[in-house]
Design a protein around this ligand. Structure first.
Ligand SMILES: NC(=O)c1ccc[n+]([C@@H]2O[C@H](COP(=O)([O-])OP(=O)(O)OC[C@H]3O[C@@H](n4cnc5c(N)ncnc54)[C@H](O)[C@@H]3O)[C@@H](O)[C@H]2O)c1
Length: 436
């Protein structure tokens, strides 16, 4: 018998929630959006019109929605990081299951509280670790799980955050100031990567973690001589500085558009003049990159010790010329290394016989043929976003979800490792125990 679509209410109708809700348009037999809760009236109206439900299913907040009892099967919670507890807890108490964005909590106490709440209410809470769903990481996970490279001795991960991504999100934007966002850069950006490491290493557990990092580039003393405060208003370097808002956002009006032009979303088709006016205003995205209120790191290295005796590293470097994620896993029988942006990896297997490639190992090149718009940060996380929404439906329906499905309980290892890595970084690199 054909299952009915899972019904869901969007809570926090921002960029991410709308990405996951798109499944209701593409595959209405799987998901039906039946309501929205968001303090922003423009966003409430947009969701209501897009999914065609009536105004009595529009609520001004998660908290207001929670006073109405259970009105659907599930919640798609795309509120900002620091709102996950205040929005998730009352709705889980009502009996909803939930798709919840990462980081699901901004510190250890919140993480434990939410885990307990999910346990107490027997709720299905799935965390949006979209990279697990990309062909690249999914395929590598399957190869490791098959045992073909043996037991893992060491895993090395690298993430380069491009200069335009770093400046938009972590210097000028929403995750630049930890007092405002309540997150660190490692938590906001790399909780995906640390989660991937824990997923690939799921046969063992992290026990200890150490980390170094800091803010290297974007501070007032590094500003070019005579720099202004608003690039397009008072800066003589507006045509030459690589971080000039004119060069980053006016010459490329679609780049990071969903953050930079947020303030113009009440205008149906903002013109370039509207955008130039915003870049001359007090918008946070208009500021000189060296004169912002950023206090998060722009590079950080993490070293992890596992119960099995294996070790792992993650190096996050912001301000690179392009985005890059790399992985190298060394096992007792072979290795896997690859480049996420290219969706290609290599498998080496130890083979001392004379017919092996260069008489020491067999070499297999894997090209997952993920190309064009599907690659990297602009491409729906390499197709991961769509696959995650579909898996959420399976999870809710009680069908067998994929290997990538991340319940809140599965997500604890990565989140707790990030909190302890940040504690180490703030304490001069002193190793911290990881417990969860
Ligand atoms: N999985 C990923 O790869 C990925 C990528 C980017 C962002 N994120 C995460 O997604 C989340 C959302 O990010 P975004 O950029 O879509 O945010 P956003 O700011 O676009 O959307 C958040 C929405 O929540 C609404 N809101 C605020 N308070 C509310 C309340 N009490 N009840 C209901 N709604 C409320 C806001 O009005 C806003 O519309 C964040 O946690 C972010 O870190 C995840």
């Amino acid at each position: 018998m054909q299952n009915k679509p899972v019904t869901a209410i969007v809570v926090g109708a921002g960029h991410r929630a709308m990405v996951y809700s798109q499944l209701a348009i593409d595959k209405p037999e799987l998901l039906k959006i039946v309501g929205v809760a968001d303090p922003n009236p423009v966003r409430r109206k947009m969701v209501m019109e897009k999914f065609g439900f009536s105004e009595d299913m529009c609520f001004e907040s998660a908290q207001e929605l929670a006073t109405k009892g259970k009105l659907a099967d599930a919640i798609i919670n795309g509120t900002m990081d620091e709102q996950h507890i205040e929005t998730a807890v009352p709705l889980l108490e009502c009996g909803y299951d939930m798709l919840l964005e990462k980081p699901f909590a901004v510190d250890e106490n919140e993480a434990l509280l939410l885990k307990e709440c999910a346990k107490k209410n027997n709720s299905k809470v799935m965390i949006c670790h979209v990279l697990r769903y990309t062909p690249f990481y999914y395929s590598i996970k399957e190869r490791v799980a098959s045992g073909e490279i043996g037991d893992i001795i060491n895993i090395q991960m690298t993430e380069h955050v491009s200069y335009h991504h770093l400046s938009t999100s972590y210097v000028r934007g929403k995750w630049a100031n930890s007092q405002k966002s309540h997150t660190t850069m490692l938590l906001a950006k790399c909780c995906h990567d640390i989660d991937l490491m824990m997923w690939i290493m799921s046969e063992t557990k992290p026990t200890q973690i150490a980390s170094f990092g800091g803010k290297y580039q974007f501070k007032p003393e590094n500003a070019p001589e005579g720099a202004g405060t608003i690039c397009m208003k008072d800066c003589p370097h507006v045509d030459t500085c690589v971080y000039s808002t004119k060069r980053l956002y006016i010459d490329h009006p679609d780049r990071w558009a969903f953050y930079v032009w947020d303030k113009l979303e009440h205008i149906e088709n903002p013109t370039i003049e509207d955008k130039i006016a915003l870049m001359k205003s007090d918008s946070p995205y208009a500021r000189c990159i060296y004169k912002c209120d950023n206090d998060v790191v722009d590079h950080q290295s993490v070293l992890i010790n596992f119960e099995s005796g294996a070790t792992g590293t993650h190096n996050m470097v912001g301000g690179s010329s392009q985005s890059l994620r790399k992985i190298h896993i060394i096992g007792t029988k072979g290795e896997i290394f690859g480049n996420f942006e290219e969706s290609k990896y290599t498998v080496l297997k130890i083979n001392p016989s004379p017919d092996a490639h260069n008489e020491e190992c067999d070499v297999e090149e894997v090209d997952l043929m993920v190309t064009g718009d599907m690659v990297g940060a602009f491409g729906g996380h390499g197709g991961g976003d769509e696959r995650l929404s579909e898996d959420f439906v399976k999870f809710i329906r009680g069908e067998e979800p994929s290997l990538a499905c991340t319940s809140i309980f599965d997500s604890m290892a990565g989140h707790m490792s990030v909190y302890r890595a940040d504690k180490s970084q703030k304490n001069g690199g002193i190793p911290q125990k990881v417990e969860y």
